[in-house]
Every structure is written in structure tokens, then in C-alpha cells.
Design a protein around this ligand. Sequence first.
Ligand SMILES: [Zn+2]
Ligand SMILES: [Zn+2]
Length: 384
Amino acid sequence: MAKRCYYEVLGVPRTATEAEITKAYRALAKKYHPDQNPGDDSVLEKYHEVTEAYEVLKDPEKRAIYDRYGHEGLANGGAPPTEGGVYINLDEVFGDLIDGLFGSGRRRGRGGMRRGDDIEMVLDLELLEAATGVTRTLTVRYEANCRSCGGRGTRPGTQPAVCRRCRGSGTEYVSGGFFALPQRCRGCGGAGYVITDPCPTCRGRGRGEAQETVTVTVPAGVDTRTQLTLRGHGHEGSPGAPRGDLHLIVRVKEHKTFERDGHNLICQCPISFAQAALGGPVELTTLTGEKVTLQVPRGTQTHTVLRVPGHGMPDLDNPRRKGDLLVILIVQTPTQLSPEQEQLFRRLAELEHSTPAAAPAKGWFGKLKDLITGEHSPTSEKRG
Ligand SMILES: [Zn+2]
Ligand SMILES: [Zn+2]
């Protein structure tokens, strides 16, 4: 015959207090006591059933086990627990309860374990490092389970005690007229147990801080907001659960010479009046330190843009594919003239009186935009 529910045996609700349970038991024990019913064996059986139910329900720890696991949770059929017998089951209870201690149960893995949270860190890089890629060694601080108590919060060798207020369920019932409304237990914060003998290392928190050195290989072509993920280098989860991930958010610093526009780099290059008018070679150093020679066309206007293919930023997905370097030529007007230069400019000015003025050229900003969108004019493009 299947065992009857202990609460049913005593005729009390599952939310009954210890006093209510004792009161119900006393009444039934009196009713079924063998001395009150001489010669009636069926009553003796009832008496044992009631007593067994009371033995379990009057003890908060046994009651907690019974609430969670029913009759099966209690080895020896509810007899007083022998050392160890009951605690085998408690281990399971605590595994579950500790999980409850650390959070809402978000991202629960196998067996109800909670994976560790992710960590986000900003990784500041120079533009050159973003262009070539770089290896960085970082110190990462993360939340870890206490090494002394394994994250349980209890002094090693001791067990937490089942919360007496909620009897291990983590839920208490608050009277709401006819109904008893469940709410998170205020005695244990919903964990279902309380630590009476806390671990001296973590003072019962079960958690501590740890740090590790992580080496990250940053690929060429990263940009501000590129995210690099290192699996398993985040916070530790509940004991035995996998660690979270480490997300590095790239932030590329501004460069004093080169400005980035997607895969292209933009820089300015000053040229003299004479170079602009007559044309000729101009030497330039790229971001990576390479020397390139630009051919300034004859009659170049200020802010003319020259394109140097393949000297921009590499593509993150295909680093061999690179953007271009766009060079804005700035014609510099001399501010200090030697007597000889002044003479020559005066001579030039005399000649200009007899030459009609040229039509205004397209603005430099328009030209730059054309270049970026690919509709550049062929006269302003020269290979470096
Ligand atoms: Zn509680
Ligand atoms: Zn500890």
C-alpha cells in the first residue's frame, strides 16, 4: 500500500505552522492511542501512521526534505535520521539552493547550474595597431567562487542549515484573507537555507575576486566598436558551471596625421605654389612608415585629392584587401618672401593682368566626396 501524504495523515495544510502540526497530532494521537482502543489492531496502525507523520513534520529539516522529495527523500521511512543517511539527499538540496543564491536562474545550464556572467572591457588601440594587428596581454579581474569553501559560503566541513522560516522551500506564505500568498522568504532571501557557520575566507558570500593574465591577438583591420570575444574568460558561475566570456570592445585612438573613413585613410599634404603650378614628385610617409612618391599634376588646385591605392586600412575579414590612402594636397601661400621671391611674384602679377582668370573649380569637399564614392575625376588620380 502506498504511503499517505503526511499532511493528509495529520489533516493539516502544507503551510501549517509547527504549532498547528503539534495540535493536530495531539488530537489524533489521543484518538488512536492503543490505551483508548483496547483490542482494535486497525487503530494501532493509524496511531503509528500519525506518529510517523508527526516525527517528520515537527522537524524543520526533515520537513524540508519531505516537502521537496516526498517519502523517497527520507531514508529509513521517516525514522530519526542516522548520521549521513539524510545528508545524501541534502547535498542535492544544497546544490539546487546554492544555485538560487546567486541569481534569478538566468541562463541555467545542465543540472540547473548557472553559467558565469560575461565581462566587457574596453581595449584602447593606436591606429597603427589597428592597421597591423597586435598582441596584447591584459590583466582581467573576475568574480570567482571562494577557493576555501568552493562557493558554498559555509566553513569547510560544515553544512548550511535549512531555513526555519520557509523550511527550505525559499517561499513563505503570507495570509491574504482566504488565501495564503507565496512570496520570497525573508529569512533566507529565497535561498532556502541559511549559513550558520560562515566560511572565514569569504565571510559566507561564497564569492571572491580573482585575476588572471590573458593574451589576446588583435587582428589587423579592427575599428572602434569591434568586439573580440574570449570564451571562458568571464566571471565564474555556480560551482561546476562554465565561466562566462570576456568581450573586448575596441576603441581606436585618433591619429595626429591620418583620419580613418571605413577602409580608407585620409591625410593632408602641403605643396608649394611652384609645385602646384608646375607639378612634380612629392614624397609621403604612410601610416605604416612606407615611403611613397606622389606625382602632383601640373596646375593642381588646393585641396585636390590624390588616391594612393592599397595604403588604407586592411579588411578585418580579408586582411590582404586594403583600402586606399586619400591625400588632400594643400597649396601653401608663402607668408615670408625673400627679396628675390618678391621680385618674381611681382613679375608674375604683371603677367597675370594680360591672362583671363580661370573659371572656379569644383570645391575640394565635393572632390573628396566624389573620390570616396568612386566618382572621382580621372585628372586628380595618380598612382603613388
Ligand atoms: Zn527561508
Ligand atoms: Zn568561502
